[in-house]
Design a protein around this ligand. Structure first.
Ligand code: MG
Length: 202
């Protein structure tokens, strides 16, 4: 498989079919790939917007950071972006603790790869605190897996920075990395990084 190639298989077949050559690293997106967070985020964002009396567009593009919407809300309400982030995350964390669940097939794949000793990482367009809480709440078997968060790179997805940082951390060349993603934005980032891609649909 060369750079930019897309695997035409599903996550649960990946291990059985033994499609991965040796020395391939697998980098997982988090939201919508390993956990079912997207509906919780959309609902929490809508509730916050209503509470603050702003008629903002509902969920942003799937896979995008929340930053553009936070800036828009800052502009409309006069509340600082950091405060909005904090209000949003406070509500979302409470929701995650009640309702966040792993997406079974990709979670199982990540766990199997890790157990088999394959290089595995997580690259997320969410911030560090949210990445850590998400793993702790819903993906306990992935605690300790290296992860890169959106606030740790200059440019989040669709830029390639997160995936390239993960590859560097794992010591694997980008063309030997396979990205597992659910969104257009994430797929664009993986392609920009010159990595193989596997798109998941839940
Ligand atoms: Mg995603």
């Amino acid at each position: 498989m060369g750079p930019g190639r897309s695997l035409q298989t599903s996550p649960h077949r990946l291990m059985n079919a033994d499609l991965l050559p040796r020395q391939v690293a697998v980098i997982f997106d988090l939201d919508g790939t390993l956990v079912d967070s997207e509906p919780h985020c959309a609902r929490t964002w809508d509730e916050l917007a209503r509470e603050l009396g702003t008629a903002l567009p509902t969920a942003g593009p799937v896979g995008a950071t929340v930053d553009a919407r936070v800036r828009m809300m800052e502009h409309r309400t006069g509340i600082s972006a950091e405060q909005i982030h904090s209000m949003y995350w406070g509500r979302l964390e409470a929701c995650f603790r009640k309702a966040l669940r792993p997406l079974a097939r990709t979670y199982a794949l990540a766990c199997q790869l890790r157990t088999a000793g394959a290089p595995v990482a997580i690259a997320s367009n969410s911030r560090r605190e949210r990445v850590d809480r998400t793993i702790e709440i819903a993906l306990p078997e992935l605690l300790g897996v290296p992860s890169i968060a959106a606030d740790e790179v200059a440019h989040p997805k669709p830029a390639p920075d997160l995936f390239l940082r993960a590859a560097t951390h794992l010591g694997i060349e980008p063309h030997d990395c396979l990205v597992v993603e659910d969104s257009d934005i994430g797929m664009a980032a993986a392609r920009a990084a010159g990595m193989m891609t596997l798109r998941v649909h839940h």
